[in-house]
Design a protein around this ligand. Structure first.
Ligand code: SAH
Length: 508
């Protein structure tokens, strides 16, 4: 009987939202998490793909206007085939899947093929785009009606399904998508059919992304402005009095770091916190991981030291990565948190301490303000007599010997548990490298000496005028040693400190 039971395959037609990574629905995220295959478009923010489980197949089907990576009928055939194979297919489409997204056609094909599908609505650029430019599509004083149309149709064609006479005369706000290339014809049609030339118009490009751009004009002059500015797709256009609300409601583009392109060079796993904080302040962040951490070469030696950790007086952590590597090993060796014993714990800085605290372990010693190895050594000096004190230092393979030398100098017995090593990132940054080359950047951030060295190893020139921000003195020294100038150095040597310094810099 098993052979006649329906295949378990299902295809989710998911709206991925307009671009801001936060504008994905919870259901959309769930569909990405459970997918065996992701099939996604040009306008779907690739950041969403990180919710996929490891090993999920990813198929890019493009669809940038004029550059159809895969024609629509082949996309239809592809999702039908994959679903029929019994897979969970998540088809991600920019904005909402059925608003000028051909989601209905894909659904019809799936229906025809007798396979299960669901439509998961998304936040459409038609409404979110204007909102991020400070333009509400309806408003009690300006518009109680909204018309959304496609600008992709050629209005000069006699067989157009758009009735410009009606559109021009209709009340309320009009929004159109896919219309930048035809802005001249569309505005002409409106004017020809009696719309007021002074009607406000806004175009919002790459809306909700860090690189959002807004162009304001009127039906009479917007086409010329588009031409003069070289304004290109993708953009949402809004016609109507609601556009005037932008004067007071322009919240997104007035955030402190808006318009600044900032490069984050940390490992992909660690970049998130810094990227998010910069993005929240409005920056357009390019995540360019220059390094990746991998387990230390000698896992046996590391494992033995972790196993003996309860025999020490102190464990010292000098990086969040070290904490992660230590407890990954610890959890393999023991299944009882108490096996760490009564050992005391010291950390180099708050970021590392947070990681320890997340394990519900207290941190007994932390430098006052100098969150570098020297600061930690000084903290020990002020804290206790280190004569014959047994210390386990959890460290990276390539690191400065400050901690070992400093503590040994005070009479401590220091064992070094090499937990991980840092290697150059060579795979996960190709897209970011291309962006950096094509678009340039206003600032690059370095969060450790190794990010500096590995960035320079990539042999990409720093874009003209690009400022350099450093997390602290050790990183700054590495920057200077490589012939670069430090424009900003964090006063507090951690991520929040770096973010504060960066925003202060751009405030000037
Ligand atoms: N289903 C999508 C629209 C697909 S049609 C949605 O609901 O948003 C593609 C057009 O959508 C683009 O040409 C552009 O006009 C618009 N668009 C999509 N995302 C956009 C964005 N982030 N910024 C500006 N326009 C966008």
């Amino acid at each position: 009987m098993a052979s006649s039971s329906p295949t378990p395959g299902v295809c989710y037609l998911v709206g991925a939202g307009p671009g801001d990574p936060g504008l994905l629905t919870l259901k959309g995220k769930e569909c990405i998490e459970v997918a065996d295959v992701l099939v996604y478009d040009y306008l779907c923010n690739p950041e969403h793909l990180r919710y996929a489980k490891p090993g999920t197949e990813r198929i890019y089907v493009g669809k940038k206007a004029g550059d159809h990576t895969l024609p629509q009928d082949q996309i239809n055939a592809l999702i039908v085939k994959l679903t029929k194979e019994g897979k969970t297919v998540t088809r991600l489409k920019g904005g909402d899947p059925v608003l000028f997204g051909r989601g209905a056609e894909e659904a019809a094909e799936l229906h025809e093929a007798g396979v299960r599908f669901e439509i998961v609505p998304g936040i459409t650029s038609a409404i979110a785009g204007p909102a991020y430019a400070g333009i509400p599509v309806t408003h009690r004083s300006h518009a109680s009606m909204l018309t959304i149309f496609t600008g992709h149709e050629d209005p000069t064609k006699p067989d157009t399904s758009l009735d410009y006479a009606k559109l021009a005369q209709a009340d309320g706000t009009k929004v159109f998508l896919m219309g930048v290339e035809r802005i001249e014809e569309i505005t002409q049609q409106f004017l020809k059919h009696g719309a007021k030339p002074e009607t406000p118009v806004a175009l919002v490009r790459w809306a909700t992304h860090g690189c959002q751009q807004t162009l304001i004009g009127t039906l009479a002059d917007i086409a010329a402005k588009v031409k003069a500015a070289g304004f290109k797709a993708p953009a949402v256009a809004v016609i109507g009095d609601v556009v005037t609300e932008r004067e007071q409601l322009n919240w997104f583009e007035s955030r402190p770091l808006f318009g600044k392109k900032i490069v984050v060079t940390r490992t992909r796993q660690q970049a998130g916190v810094l990227s998010r904080q910069l993005a929240q302040l409005g920056a357009d962040v390019i995540e360019l991981p220059t390094i990746r951490t991998v387990p230390a070469t000698d896992q046996i030696a590391f494992g033995q030291l972790v196993q003996d950790c309860h025999t020490y007086d102190w464990i010292i952590f000098t990086s969040p990565n070290g904490v992660d590597a230590f407890f990954t090993m610890f959890d393999k060796l023991y299944n009882d948190a108490r096996c760490i014993g009564g050992v005391r714990i010291a950390c180099v800085g708050p970021g590392t301490a947070e990681k320890v605290k997340a394990r519900h372990l207290a941190v007994d010693l932390l430098p006052d303000k100098e969150f570098v190895a020297e600061g930690l050594v000084k903290a020990f000096k002020d804290h206790q007599n280190m004569e014959h004190v047994r210390v386990l230092w959890v460290r990276a393979e390539e690191t400065r010997e400050i901690v070992a030398n400093g503590l040994t100098g005070m009479g401590a017995i220091v064992d070094e548990a090499v937990a991980y090593r840092t290697i150059p990132e060579t795979e996960d940054n190709l897209e970011a490298l291309a962006r950096l080359k094509n678009e340039g950047a206003d600032m690059i951030t370095f969060t450790s000496a190794s990010t500096v060295e590995h960035f320079l190893n990539l042999k990409v020139a720093l874009p003209e005028g690009c400022k350099v921000a450093s997390i602290g003195p050790v990183t700054s020294a590495a920057i200077k040693a490589n012939g670069l100038k430090v424009d900003v150095e964090a006063k507090t040597n951690n991520i929040p400190g770096l973010v504060t310094a960066v925003s202060k810099f751009w405030k000037k």
